[in-house]
Design a protein around this ligand. Structure first.
Ligand SMILES: [Zn+2]
Length: 269
């Protein structure tokens, strides 16, 4: 499932193809819905209007407009690709955008957990989101205060978008490895030092992952099928039974809150 580094990479790649002021000249829906129905007024609203830029909030891509912004969430298996001239559409292509400079974007999503909907900062999709992890709002004081009284496992805490956006199953596992904290630890038991370490490693791991253009696993592909490479740097995620690169202990795995969870029994306390 795409997490922050993957969505950020998609945004950067698409943004390069989308000069400021490009106008929609084509909006083609190939079905009525993804996870939720496409907005009924999508075509009417977009045609002829300008894209003022592409942004990201959490795992949402945002096509900025002077009126309503348009959100795209990739769900489990969504991808955007730039369509070459004369390239035919493929199975699971659900939405095509064409722009006046001749570029076309296509949204493909076999599992259809993604969504496309209107949204500004006050939209129901965005209004309850926590801080961006790479901003100053995500800091040790903030996270420590929020962690008090929380009995849930720290991994689930980190994956809650109300706490911090964009950290999913893969990066939560990797961040907690580097922070030296077991994923099952009850959140309220974290010390100030551990919380600081988690904040620091969240920022560091996500930055490195963005530089690697994310991780490519089964579902996620970069724009035009290109791969990210952060999966080659995984220390615990999907490494169960393999020796820890730091201490040699066998990496363990367990399903925690319905998600596969990986950790080193020696390096993480
Ligand atoms: Zn270890």
């Amino acid at each position: 499932m795409p997490e922050l580094p993957e969505v950020e990479s998609v945004k950067r790649t698409l943004a390069k193809k989308l000069p400021k002021g490009a106008r929609w000249t084509e909006v083609k829906l190939l079905r009525k819905n993804l996870r939720v129905p496409f907005p009924k007024d999508l075509e009417k609203e977009l045609l002829g209007t300008e894209v003022e830029g592409l942004e990201r909030r959490g795992k949402f891509l945002i096509f900025k407009r002077s009126t309503k912004d348009l959100l795209s969430h990739l769900g489990m298996s969504g991808t955007w690709r730039v369509l070459k001239a004369e390239e035919p559409l493929k199975k699971h292509d659900h939405l095509v955008f064409g722009f006046d400079h001749g570029i076309r974007f296509v949204y493909n999503d076999p599992r259809r957990f993604g969504l496309v909907d209107w949204g500004g900062a006050d939209s129901p999709w965005l209004k309850n989101l926590g801080p961006e992890p790479l901003t100053k709002k995500f800091n040790p004081e903030y996270l420590y205060a929020l962690s008090r009284g929380k009995k849930l496992p720290v991994k689930s805490f980190l994956m809650n978008a109300k706490v911090v956006v964009g950290v999913g199953n893969i990066y939560a596992s990797e961040i907690l490895f580097y922070a030296g904290v077991k994923p099952h630890r009850k959140t309220h038991s974290l010390t100030k030092l551990e919380v600081s370490k988690i904040v620091e490693e969240t920022k560091r791991v996500l930055k490195v992952a963005i530089q690697s253009k994310g991780s490519t696993l089964k579902d996620y592909k970069m724009v035009n099928g290109k791969s990210g490479s952060f999966q080659n740097s995984f220390r615990v995620y999907s490494k169960d039974g393999k020796p820890c690169q730091s201490c040699g202990a066998k990496i363990r795995s367990q399903v925690l809150s319905q998600r596969s969870t990986y950790w080193c029994p020696k390096c993480q306390k």
